[in-house]
Design a binder for this molecule. Structure first.
Ligand SMILES: Nc1ncnc2c1ncn2[C@@H]1O[C@H](COP(=O)(O)OP(=O)(O)O)[C@@H](O)[C@H]1O
Ligand SMILES: Cc1cn([C@H]2C[C@H](O)[C@@H](COP(=O)(O)O)O2)c(=O)[nH]c1=O
Ligand SMILES: [Zn+2]
Length: 209
């Protein structure tokens, strides 16, 4: 469990910023962990603002919603720079689905942290091919705290770090849930990729949990 370095500043203490990254595969609990940290900051009466990329409209146009249906109100933004304007006066900024922003997100997070904001970023560390996703690797490099969370492999029950795509699409961005993705461990992910390579035309069917 992640222990916040400092939730409140206490009276008379100057505010200092930093960056936290929560990463992992789909279904690993990134959004739940982000919501948990933001709710604790709200309890500490901090001014909290939550952003997500405008393209992520899976569950709700505005809310950040976990696969377990916990949710928090957020502001969808088309580009990362908008957060610099909208987050003025905030103590804590939460960002979900960070993998969908471009590399300018890194500089935005650094600027927010430099001006005294606690920045909590959640996102997929790897895409459906097992490759680093968008600005996530660079964010991990500049973050003070990095937490990798794990899902449960739907094939064997081991810990899962990979998001296996069960449909034939090769597009990097394909919004979806269990209809399109399975959490898989390294072994079962590799097995699935081999299966796809030998039978590319056949769509791998999702396994019921
Ligand atoms: N294979 C899985 N492994 C773990 N949790 C899963 C799995 N499939 C569904 N879940 C559900 O997903 C929840 C986590 O959802 P969420 O925080 O939205 O994850 P993420 O943001 O990482 O995709 C878990 O609490 C659990 O209820
Ligand atoms: C692996 C992978 C995922 N996506 C999409 C699928 C979902 O809409 C989000 C991830 O959501 P979660 O909160 O982490 O479950 O990303 C994608 O577009 N491309 C991919 O390679
Ligand atoms: Zn497995």
């Amino acid at each position: 469990m992640f222990i916040e370095p400092r939730v409140g500043t206490g009276p008379g203490v100057a505010r200092r910023g930093w960056i936290e990254v929560v990463c992992g595969s789909m279904f690993s609990g990134k959004t739940e962990e982000l919501i948990r940290r933001l709710n604790r900051a709200k309890i500490a009466r901090q001014r909290v603002e939550i952003f997500k990329p405008a393209l992520d409209t899976r569950y709700h146009a505005q809310d950040v919603v976990s696969h377990n249906a916990t949710s928090i109100r957020s502001t969808p933004v088309p580009v990362a720079q908008e957060m610099l304007l909208l987050a003025g006066g905030c103590d804590v900024v939460g960002i979900d689905e960070a993998q969908f922003f471009d590399d300018s997100l890194v500089e935005v997070c650094v600027q927010l942290a430099n001006r005294g904001t606690r920045v909590i970023v959640a996102g997929l560390d790897m895409d459906f091919l097992g490759q680093p996703f968008g600005p996530m690797p660079a964010l991990m490099a500049v973050a003070e705290f990095v937490t990798k969370v794990h899902a449960v492999c739907v094939c064997c029950g081991d810990i899962a770090s990979y998001s296996f795509r069960v449909t034939a699409s090769e597009d990097k961005i394909l919004l979806g849930e269990t209809d399109a993705y399975e959490a898989r461990c390294r072994y079962c992910f590799q097995e699935g990729m081999k299966e796809k390579a030998t039978e590319p035309a056949r769509t791998v069917q999702p396994r019921p949990l």
